[in-house]
Design a protein around this ligand. Structure first.
Ligand SMILES: CC(C)(COP(=O)(O)OP(=O)(O)OC[C@H]1O[C@@H](n2cnc3c(N)ncnc32)[C@H](O)[C@@H]1OP(=O)(O)O)[C@@H](O)C(=O)NCCC(=O)NCCS
Length: 188
């Protein structure tokens, strides 16, 4: 049975080719990606999982995986990077942004790439597309909290031109922030 998902942003489906020739599909997440999502989480090293969630989590609970995949693509948007391995789709990265409940002009970013695929430009490719769509959706600021020891995320943030601000409440964390230009201003 084919299900139609209202508002599925098909225009965000894209392909990137890594220098070694691997074809990586970039697309908005789908409700049927629950197992892909959980397998992706399992494929992350303990260090990457800790960096992503800032707490020790061994398994992505089913309910959370469902929340991560059943999204409205407006207040919650997630893009995934997938490859084909022996004819099976495998998730190797994801970037998501969720509207801040207190301020709808702000969205919160979370991002992760499978360890063996890091430093291939996948996070940056996801982030650029996520930011563009977040601006299109009307968000004016994208923010993330990260551990001050997370060199990879701080490096990505610098590269993507985020401001890095020391957290006043939590010394182990830094806040990353970027203003999103309204789409009309980008087009001009
Ligand atoms: C942070 C993370 C998403 C980066 O993903 P990635 O796909 O490896 O990043 P990219 O290859 O797109 O890197 C883009 C740029 O970010 C910077 N960067 C990425 N990894 C870096 C590292 N380990 N050290 C320093 N800079 C780094 C570089 O400027 C890089 O450009 P370059 O490779 O041309 O020098 C990845 O390391 C990860 O999943 N970490 C675990 C989860 C996590 O920490 N999530 C963040 C929680 S907010």
């Amino acid at each position: 049975m084919t299900r139609t998902i209202p508002h599925y942003p098909v225009h965000l489906i894209d392909v990137m080719h890594l220098p070694a020739g691997t074809r990586v599909m970039l697309r908005p997440i789908l409700p049927q990606d629950v197992e892909l999502q959980r397998a992706f989480f399992r494929s992350l090293s303990a260090h990457s999982r800790y960096s992503r969630f800032m707490t020790r989590v061994n398994e992505l609970p089913q309910a959370l995986a469902e929340r991560f995949t059943r999204i409205d693509y407006t207040s919650h948007l997630a893009l995934v990077a997938t490859i084909l391995e022996d004819g099976r789709e495998v998730m190797i990265g994801e970037a998501r942004c969720v509207a801040d409940e207190r301020d709808p002009a702000i969205c919160e970013l979370a991002i992760a790439v499978a360890d063996v695929w890091q430093r291939c430009g996948i996070a940056l490719a996801l982030l650029v597309r996520l930011e563009r769509q977040a601006a299109e959706l009307g968000f004016r600021r994208i923010v993330a909290d990260t551990l001050v020891t997370n060199r990879a995320m701080l490096g990505l943030a610098r590269r993507a031109r985020y401001a890095i601000i020391a957290s006043p409440e939590e010394k182990t964390q830094a806040r990353l922030e970027k203003h999103l230009r309204p789409v009309a201003a980008i087009a001009a």
